[in-house]
Design a protein around this ligand. Structure first.
Ligand code: SF4
Length: 345
């Protein structure tokens, strides 16, 4: 049998790629969908678990391919039941995944890069620098190797999807395609600072929901915390969302991390209303998790609920997301940061 390193991982391949690979190796390409089903839907760790492909064909497949599943190397469980997992790629790129159960809803927050080069001020990942891009297989692996079920996937962990757009689009299509995970339209959300050309591609080439990380409705204020504003103004992403022919009812939203005394005034509220009224773009209000050495604090619950109430009564969909997993450092990038510190120590 070929060595593991010589074999091609199936996780990360799309239907046309697996068809071409099987054909090139003289294996019946008619088995492509079945092979993807076992890897993406049944999440097998070895071909021995496949029971509907002839043995001879399976042996031939096993000589060329492997599932590509890689188990997490560490995990931390929060008091509220959420679990954070740490993964490493074969090149040692650390990245995190968080599983967030909430009644019937089980959301998995996955990473698209090891670290991030966007440098947002309120984000632990942004403060720790960038290690590299994850491949579609490494992005998809965070779901198929997870020891839990899921109902929703959010690309909101480490990294900026717009900065690794080719692999992100490929992974999103594996999540939603019927030959892939068939996660269901509307169950996959990509969160971005608004890399405009990448947002355009996400709209045109995937079926995913899109969340714009806004932070402030005023460009000059936003620039101070999200440096990407200088290159890709948030108004461009809002324009793309507003102009998109949304007959398939994809969900567009803005994420608004609320910081006491910084972006929670009536002035901010009024500008948010002006930007979003008459659109179907929703607002997700999020509590702030202070990053090390930071003396800023989250807006309190009453302020957040008031924001939500006043947005909703002016016709803008809004929700307050509660804080999860604070006791396991659930802020993105922190488990990987800890692992790096351990390594150095
Ligand atoms: S908020 Fe997102 S884009 Fe900004 S630094 Fe953190 S991971 Fe990167």
């Amino acid at each position: 049998m070929a060595k593991t390193l010589d074999r091609i991982p199936i996780a990360g391949l799309n239907l046309s790629e697996i068809q071409a690979l099987l054909m090139n190796r003289g294996i019946d390409a008619g088995y492509s969908r079945r092979l993807l089903y076992w890897v993406y839907r049944r999440r097998i760790s070895s071909f021995g678990e496949i029971n509907d492909i002839p043995r001879k064909t399976l042996v031939a497949m096993g000589e060329t391919f492997m599932t590509g599943l890689v188990a997490p190397m560490d995990s931390e469980v929060s008091d509220d039941g959420s679990v954070k997992y740490l993964y490493s790629t074969s090149e040692g790129l650390l990245h995190e995944t968080v599983w967030l159960p909430d009644g019937k809803r089980q959301t998995v927050c996955i990473s698209v890069q090891s670290g991030c080069r966007m440098g947002c001020r309120f984000c632990a990942t942004g403060q720790n620098g960038w290690g590299g891009n994850l491949t579609a297989g490494e992005i998809v692996n965070q779901i198929i190797s997870l020891p839990h079920g899921f109902t929703n996937i959010v690309l909101m962990g480490m990294g900026e999807p717009g900065d690794n757009i080719e692999e992100v689009i490929k992974a999103c299509n594996i999540f939603t395609a019927e030959w892939g995970m068939a996660a269901g339209r509307g169950r996959v959300t990509v969160s971005t600072v608004g890399v405009t050309p990448s947002v355009k591609r996400l709209l045109d080439e995937t079926e995913c929901n899109i969340t714009l990380s806004l932070h402030s409705p005023f460009p000059d204020e936003r620039l101070r915390v999200i440096p990407a504003e200088a290159i890709w103004p948030f108004n461009e992403t809002l324009r793309l969302m507003k102009e998109f022919d949304n007959s398939r009812k994809r969900r567009f939203s803005v994420a608004y991390v609320m910081i006491e005394g910084k972006n929670d005034s009536d002035r901010h509220l009024e500008e948010l209303k002006r930007l979003l009224s008459g659109t179907a773009i929703r607002v997700n209000l999020l509590p702030y998790h202070p990053v090390g050495g930071d003396d800023e604090r989250s807006s309190d619950t009453a302020t957040m609920m008031r924001f939500k109430h006043l947005l909703v009564t002016s016709g803008i969909g809004a929700s307050v997301r509660r804080s999860r997993g604070a006791d396991i450092w659930a802020g993105c990038g922190m488990l990987a940061g800890k692992a790096r510190i351990k390594d150095k120590g």
